[in-house]
Design a protein around this ligand. Structure first.
Ligand code: UDP
Length: 380
């Protein structure tokens, strides 16, 4: 079977990279990769780390284009590509405009779609935040629903999508486990990373921050920055913040935090560096989906700067806490984890609900029609 994997953003590249490798290594499958370029620079960073190269590039980005213009370009160019490449199956990932538009193009041409990371639901259908709608429409159009967790399967069953679901674990854990192993196996690599971040203050605990969500643009990011200013005023904390390239994020963050003591604003780093920083962190503050999944695997508490999450498992397990963007709530939760060693130790003991590093093997087995023993998370 000829499998065309399509992705366009950094998190998709990180989460699809181990799967593309597993598909390429499977004799029954043939792998072709198409990128859309939705996050050009950060996508290339992730792809080069995993040694991935694209067979096709839809190159859809235009300055200031609307979501409808982006969707139209994606659908039109994917249609043309599908007519030329003629894959037997198209794999898309997650909740991006790339995933929704490319799945639709495949659906119109009657090419079966596989949805990696199916069944996530935040319940937040508010326009103009496209993620929840993207997830739902891709699930409806898909022949293979690769649900990362049992909760994702239940969400799909509630929507009458039973019968085509495989519970696989999240492929991000495959990518993370491989990266941790790579750091472990190479003291030279770990040493080089330690040297790259030698400016970190050994006496201060590291609070690692990321953020990029549309729902936090404007006031949300201003509030987050106020909280970070107050946190960094402590004499035992340093904040490291790789700032997303989106101008809606960069503008506010640079304006409020640039040059502030104990706050290090850096450009987005490649995945190896980010994993190294997560392992080095005491605490992670984020609105990112992927980071919410990775932190529990590394035993790191994570404060999720959103009001809702489509990844409730870590909140239920106690590793993640939803704190929104109000400075009071962020600071209260952060202080507890910084000042109460027993609370911190308890959070670190909680199990990781998102995967066992075998998600890609399960997805490949499902595509090859082999039996797939499903992923079961350890009990909390
Ligand atoms: N990440 C990275 N470099 C960074 C920040 C994050 O490689 O500077 C990784 C992170 O480990 C995770 C992914 O990027 O795997 C998350 O991407 P993002 O937050 O952009 O998107 P989301 O996960 O919310 O879809």
């Amino acid at each position: 079977m000829h499998v065309l994997s399509v992705f366009g953003t950094r998190p998709e590249a990180i989460k699809m990279a181990p799967l593309v490798s597993a598909i390429a290594a499977e004799p029954q499958l043939r792998s072709t990769v198409c990128i859309t370029g939705q996050h050009r620079e950060m996508l290339q960073q992730a792809m080069s780390l995993f040694g991935l190269s694209a067979d096709h590039d839809l190159d859809v980005m235009q300055p200031d284009q609307t979501l409808n213009q982006l969707s139209a370009r994606l659908t039109t160019r994917m249609d043309a590509l599908l007519r030329t490449v003629k894959p037997d199956c198209v794999l898309v990932h997650g909740d991006t405009t790339t995933a929704a538009a490319c799945a639709l193009a495949a659906f119109h041409l009657r090419i079966p779609v596989g949805h990696v990371e199916a069944g996530l639901r935040s319940g937040d259908m508010q326009a103009p935040f496209p993620e929840e709608m993207n997830r739902r429409v891709v699930d409806v159009m898909s022949t293979w629903l690769f649900a990362p967790t049992a909760a994702a399967r239940q969400a799909l069953q509630r929507e009458n999508l039973a019968g085509r679901i495989w519970v696989t674990g999240n492929t991000v854990i495959d990518a993370l486990a491989a990266t941790v192993q790579r750091l472990h196996d190479s003291p030279a690599l770990s040493g080089a990373l330690a040297a790259r971040y030698q400016w970190l203050d050994a006496r201060r605990r590291l609070v690692l921050v990321t953020g990029h969500r549309r729902e936090n643009f404007g006031d949300g990011f201003r509030q987050i920055c106020s909280a970070l200013l107050e946190l960094a005023a402590r004499d035992d904390v340093q904040v490291v913040y790789p700032v997303h390239l989106n101008p809606n994020v960069r503008g506010v963050v640079q304006q409020m935090l640039h040059g502030q003591p104990n706050i290090h604003l850096i450009d987005p780093v490649d995945y190896l560096d980010f994993v190294w920083l997560m392992r080095r962190a005491h605490l992670i503050l984020t609105d990112s989906g992927g980071v919410q999944e990775e932190a529990p695997y590394l035993g790191k508490p994570v404060l999720v700067m959103r009001e809702v999450t489509e990844r409730p498992e870590a909140v239920a397990a106690g590793t993640a806490q939803l704190v929104g963007t109000s400075p009071d709530r962020i600071l209260q939760a952060a202080r507890r984890l910084l000042d109460d060693p027993a609370a911190y130790a308890e959070v670190r003991r909680r199990p990781n609900p998102y995967g066992d590093g075998q998600a890609c093997r399960r997805i490949v087995d499902a595509l090859c029609n082999r039996p797939v023993p499903e992923f079961a998370a350890p009990a909390s």
